[in-house]
Design a protein. Structure first.
Length: 277
């Protein structure tokens, strides 16, 4: 363990905290950063670290939305308690497709799709989609304007869009936000529901990685993991607030253009350097 590696962990935590919630692909950015700074740990630990660091980000959602997601919050009447329980049921339904398919193809995805070319193409393609959808929805009146108004069918269909995020570079939040908007969910509600979906999906993925990795940690690895999660938590709180404020006055076209530019950078680097092939 040394200061340089700790600085790298802090940078990765910052990148995770920002990119996990903005629709710009946390995987794409973390792969880029780790190649740029050469995070000096074992491949097994790096594979686990890149996923488990998300626990800090999950905690940020739980803290920011604690009152809204807690059906037993003090002062909550029976109707609000019922709506909150129903919301959790819909969240679980929406997570089922990605959870089931992820268990089946996770290893295959890592072996065949986790490379610079796939990441760059996903960044560019979904960037174009964001721009196209925002242009077509410019004057659209969305039919679903509350997270509680999302029915089970819509939740399941949003879940199918979340499956697309199994492709590296797609962005889980980006896929679910695009899907929700296509299905008639307002921009702000799409973002909020996407945040909620992250809790069971990311917790499950992190737990699976921890179990597979086992308990064979060095002291340095424990420090790196806890530090990365802590940084991701605090930066996530800021990122969530930023995105919620952003969508009050803006659309997602900026993120679409950003994805295209970043995707092109990744593509050039893929063909000219040592990005995973």
């Amino acid at each position: 363990m040394n200061i340089l590696e700790i600085l790298k962990v802090i940078i990765i935590g910052i990148v995770e905290g920002i990119t996990e919630w903005l629709p710009i692909s946390s995987t794409g950015h973390i792969v880029f950063i780790e190649q740029l700074f050469n995070f000096n740990v074992s491949e097994n630990f790096k594979d686990m670290f890149d996923v488990v660091i998300q626990l800090g980000a999950i905690l940020a959602v739980a803290v920011v939305y604690f009152k809204k997601l807690n059906p037993f919050n003090k002062g909550r009447n029976k109707k609000k308690m019922y709506l909150t329980v129903e919301l959790w049921k819909k969240i679980i339904v929406a997570c089922l497709p990605a959870a089931m398919l992820g268990l089946l193809i996770n290893h295959w995805v890592k072996e065949h799709l986790l490379n610079g070319f796939v990441i760059s193409m996903a960044l560019i393609i979904y960037g174009i989609l964001f721009i196209m959808i925002e242009n077509s929805n410019k004057n659209r009146a969305y039919s679903i304007k509350s997270v509680y108004s999302i029915n089970y069918q819509t939740a399941l269909f949003i879940g199918f869009f979340q499956v697309l995020a199994l492709i590296p570079g797609t962005s889980r939040s980006g896929a679910t936000i695009i899907g929700a908007m296509i299905l008639g969910v307002s921009r702000s509600v799409s973002v909020e529901f996407s945040f909620f979906l992250s809790i069971p999906i990311m917790f499950g993925a992190s737990l699976l990685k921890l179990v597979n990795f086992g308990l064979h940690y060095t002291m340095a690895e424990i420090v790196y993991l806890l530090l990365g999660m802590t940084v991701a938590f605090f930066v996530s709180v800021f990122s969530i607030g930023f995105l919620l404020n952003w969508i009050k006055k803006n659309n997602f076209k900026f993120f679409g253009y950003y994805r295209i530019v970043f995707g092109l950078i990744i593509l050039v680097w893929y063909f000219t350097s040592s990005l995973p092939k």
